[in-house]
Design a binder for this molecule. Structure first.
Ligand SMILES: [Zn+2]
Length: 122
């Protein structure tokens, strides 16, 4: 039994849905629109009961999430209004969660000129 159900989205700076199973049938059924978005990934058998990886999609969040299918088992997610909005939400989640599986700070969208709203990193 995974401990993913013990993970709460309450208190996150961005409202996320989930957790949902990270497999094709579930993602295709639940995340139907190819829009920008943000997500947090958790291992299939989460040992820690913690959020592990924060990411975003500049275009189709459903397709982007499926690329992680072999690495993680569960996903929390939300659409974003735009690529820029996805980046700002990603930064807020990244700083709030401090995820163990992210090697470095999120990068702003190509040519956006945006800085992180939390730490101001370019
Ligand atoms: Zn930052």
């Amino acid at each position: 039994m995974t401990t993913v159900s013990a993970i709460s989205v309450e208190g996150l700076p961005v409202a996320l849905e989930g957790p949902i199973k990270l497999d094709h049938p579930t993602i295709n059924r639940v995340i139907t629109e190819p829009r920008p978005g943000v997500y947090i990934l958790v291992s299939e058998h989460s040992a820690t009961g913690e959020f592990e990886y924060v990411g975003r999609a500049d275009q189709a969040v459903n397709e982007r999430i499926l690329e992680w299918m072999n690495s993680f088992g569960w996903v929390f997610w939300a659409y974003a209004a735009s690529t820029e909005d996805a980046y700002l939400k990603e930064c807020q989640l990244y700083h709030h969660v401090n995820p163990s599986a992210n090697a470095r700070h999120p990068e702003s969208p190509e040519g956006s000129g945006l800085n992180c709203p939390v730490c101001n990193e370019a």
